[in-house]
Design a protein around this ligand. Structure first.
Ligand SMILES: Nc1ncnc2c1ncn2[C@@H]1O[C@H](COP(=O)(O)OP(=O)(O)OP(=O)(O)O)[C@@H](O)[C@H]1O
Ligand SMILES: N[C@@H](CCO)C(=O)O
Length: 332
């Protein structure tokens, strides 16, 4: 589920009237995603958009920012979409209202209208798809070099520690009996080994398959930039590797998908020796980041809530894999 706020047809038409996108034809709530409310809107469209549309209408995504996102960060997130789409990356551009604003307030919540991109998210990526994703990620890192905005990563190792530190061992053990010991065994070690001198870029930081739209083997959309921040480019590659190269449970690593992702990335942005050497640690850290946020969401979300909780242990297994086999997994 991901429509937390009801907007009537009148509310939506009134909102759309502030943009040069024609009149509202239809609006559908989008079920995917958990952070924000999203609608797929069809409008009669400005003339330019109508030409491209098979239906004679134009399509947009309307997002209402619900809980996690700070309004102060929106100029960064939305400015980044415009910067990357202007650099010809497959990133939705934002539609500005007639006053030139990239977002508007509806009551006390911010909303933004962004371009709809075609494509579907894949569940089981092939090597060819992973290769395209690697290239797109590297292209994003290069294109962000001249983006004026910046945002600190608020999910660095000390933040994982602070997040997990809010919970008692017995709360964590209710997720999985081994989780407290697992965190104790790995988190201090990762914090001590965490590099701080690798090349930085604006990173996506959450490029899971559900945040990539594909048409066949080609990437048609990179979406959901709401964790984007300035941090190590190789860390973003490690996050993407952890997200793309395993089955959902984290039990099975797909070496061919992993290799294709790395080769695709390096074809566009070659990795330095220091970055390559750091990848096993960065990937363990990436896995720990998702253990931490998933564990916090798990404890804070009632078991009978409509949102399906994501299992932290799927990423604990990935971390174990990287600790044991990271060197081989990142050899290309
Ligand atoms: N620009 C776009 N073009 C086409 N579809 C989109 C676009 N943006 C979002 N979507 C659709 O809306 C869904 C939810 O979007 P998104 O992942 O940004 O939501 P969210 O609530 O922020 O997600 P999450 O919970 O993963 O943070 C996506 O899975 C996709 O189906
Ligand atoms: N992609 C994340 C959710 C957003 O941080 C996960 O699967 O845990």
């Amino acid at each position: 589920m991901a429509v937390y706020t009801h907007l009537s047809a009148e509310n939506l038409s009134g909102l759309i009237a502030h943009y040069d996108v024609g009149e509202l034809v239809s609006a559908k709530g989008i079920a995917e995603g958990v952070s924000n409310s999203n609608w797929l809107l069809e409008t009669t469209g400005p003339d330019a958009a109508r030409v491209d549309s098979p239906h004679g209408s134009a399509r947009y995504i309307l997002t209402m920012y619900e809980r996690r996102i700070k309004i102060g960060d929106l100029p960064f997130f939305l400015g980044l979409l415009d910067h990357l789409s202007a650099a010809s990356l497959p990133v939705p551009r934002t539609i500005h209202d007639r006053s030139g604003a990239a977002f508007r307030m509806v009551g006390n919540k911010a909303v933004a209208l962004i371009e709809f991109l075609p494509g579907v998210s894949v569940d089981r990526p092939t090597p060819a798809q992973a290769h395209s994703v690697g290239k797109a990620l590297a292209g994003m890192h290069l294109a962000s070099a001249d983006f004026a905005g910046t945002r600190e990563n608020d999910l660095r190792p000390s933040d994982w520690q602070a997040l997990l530190g809010q919970y008692t061992d017995s709360q964590l053990a209710q997720i999985d009996a081994d989780l407290p010991e697992f965190i104790e065994a790995h988190l201090p070690r990762l914090m001590a080994a965490w590099p701080d001198d690798l090349p930085q870029a604006i990173i996506h930081a959450d490029l899971f398959p559900d945040n990539v739209l594909m048409r066949g083997n080609a990437v048609s959309g990179l979406i959901d930039f709401y964790f984007a921040c300035k941090d190590m480019a190789a860390y973003d590659l490690a996050v993407t590797h952890a997200a793309w190269c395993f089955d959902r449970t984290g039990e099975h690593f797909d070496a061919a998908v992993g290799l294709a992702l790395l080769e695709g990335y390096a074809a566009v942005r070659p990795l330095s020796a220091a970055e390559r050497d750091a990848l096993p640690i960065l990937a363990q850290g990436a896995a720990m980041r998702f253990v931490a946020t998933r564990a916090a969401d798990w404890i804070d979300t009632p078991g009978d809530a409509l949102v399906t909780r994501k299992d932290p242990m799927e990423f604990a297994r990935r971390l174990t894999f990287y600790a044991e086999h990271g060197a081989q997994a990142f050899t290309i």
